[in-house]
Design a protein. Structure first.
Length: 185
């Protein structure tokens, strides 16, 4: 059984070069949610020369739209959405200093190249397990675009959130590796 690596979100940029595809990590620290609609607004702000709602340098974005919090909980179900929908935005954010993205599914060649170029990382969360994932989130605060509802930008705090390295900064891609292993069989 492979080792599980505990990683602090605020240190992901520094840690990324040591991570390899298939590594299992437990991520602790501040993470921001953003999906399609929020990414479109990010680009509008950037194009106008305005600030994003959080410092993109060394940030981690989780492609998720959490459900409302039940009583006594900081957040509702919080599973990943399909990352490919953010592929047209990701290279630009990575070039601005984004450290990592969390979602599910394969990324485009342009995103993988931007991950390598910026020494970043793409992490996969388990899809369909949003009700369990929320147990690793200790706080949730809407910080931008409240009108987008579940797609508003939220500041979360992860406590040992389980993830798998899908694209590493050395060009490794877990999806390509899986296809190659399948072809060999």
């Amino acid at each position: 059984m492979s080792e599980i690596i505990e990683v602090k979100a605020e240190e992901l940029k520094k840690t990324a070069p040591t991570l390899k595809i298939g590594d299992k990590i437990l991520l602790t620290g501040t993470v921001y949610t953003a999906r399609d609609a929020a990414h479109k607004r990010f680009m509008q702000l950037i194009d106008k020369g305005e600030k994003l709602p959080f410092d993109i340098e060394n940030a981690v974005i989780y492609y998720a739209g959490p459900t409302p919090a039940p009583e006594g909980r900081p957040i509702g179900s919080c599973g990943p959405t399909t990352s490919g929908r953010m592929d047209r935005f990701a290279p630009r954010l990575l070039d601005m200093g984004l450290a990592a993205m969390i979602g599910k599914g394969e990324r485009s060649k342009e995103v993988r190249e931007a991950v390598v170029r910026n020494k970043a990382v793409y992490l996969c969360a388990v899809g369909g397990a949003g009700a369990l994932a929320c147990n690793c989130i200790t706080s949730c605060e809407v910080i931008a675009f409240e009108d987008l509802g579940c797609e508003s930008v939220k500041k979360l705090y992860f406590n040992k959130f389980p993830l798998i390295v899908a694209d590493d900064c050395n060009g490794g891609d877990i999806f390509e590796m899986g296809r190659n292993q399948y072809k060999k069989q």
